[in-house]
Design a binder for this molecule. Sequence first.
Ligand code: 2RA
Length: 346
Amino acid sequence: MSYTVGIVGATGAVGKEIKDCLEKRNFPVSQLRIFGSARSAGTTVQTEKYGSVTVELFDRAAARECDVVFLAVSGDFALEHAKALVEGDDGCVVIDNSSAFRYEKDIPLVVPEINGAETKKCKLIANPNCTTAIGLMAIWPLHQLYGLKKIIMSTYQASSGAGQEGMDELQQGTQKWLQGDKVENKIFAHPLPFNVIPQIDKFMDNGYTKEEMKVAWESRKICSLPDDFPVSCSAVRIPTIRAHSEVIIVETEKPVNVEEARRVLAESPGVKLVDDPSQLQYPMPLTATGQYDIEVGRIRKSLIFGDYGLEFFVCGDQLLRGAALNAVLVAEEMANNGSLKAKAKA
Ligand code: 2RA
């Protein structure tokens, strides 16, 4: 079976990666349709497999003709259109990369390796925040093994989290800084080159940022943890291009065994164990960039929780596992479990 696939926002950083993932993973596409704003409508997007695709002005009726539509646009756009796209028997499946629906009870928030079966419940699926998706790839197998009691995370997040404009601001700002020129910042709250910024997204009343709260809210929902399960995150922007890094400390119900944890993580889908300190082998943003698997290493017993805790380091490509790849894996899961259907062609 093959599918008519739509992408809204295919010229943005995440949209481009969705197109690439579809091609590289041989997702069965009978037709690729790309929808955009009046500014991009009529331009063409070159693809290896589907030739030159002309961007169509977004139109709900046209998008509904697709079998599955990936939304790689703003939350406001998703709020305005996503539910109308899926509505009725002739609606399409929508996989939304924004945060618009992540916390709605009846809308699945999915990392396929963890809760892929949830995709059977609804035609509108929310893709998680990149930071959560990357961290949970390592956290979930450990939860299966030892049962988690607490998650404490500190992040080192790349400029790609703010899209192509974020990556451009870092690269251009770095050149200016090296030339001794003034570095301007529009996307980030402060100049990012040669700096770290302990703020991602807006501050909430409890003193945490929304990015930090997303990690707590989304981890609980995806892993079916109680609403008061203790998750705490400090999120920091650093001057790297496109892989997020995370220090994660977990407290466990059962005593841990580091060798066992290494073995289980090495065998977990979507995870690459990079953990040989004697050879200076550990996860890094440069090696995780462009990879589908997240890297995990520096695994050790926690000095705080002793036999009942682990501390480790994770890096994952923000645009792939943190966004595009996860979305395409959701579509693959739905194709495999029968919840993505190809419409009869007129
Ligand atoms: C960031 N997590 O890194 C956000 C993007 N979704 O800015």
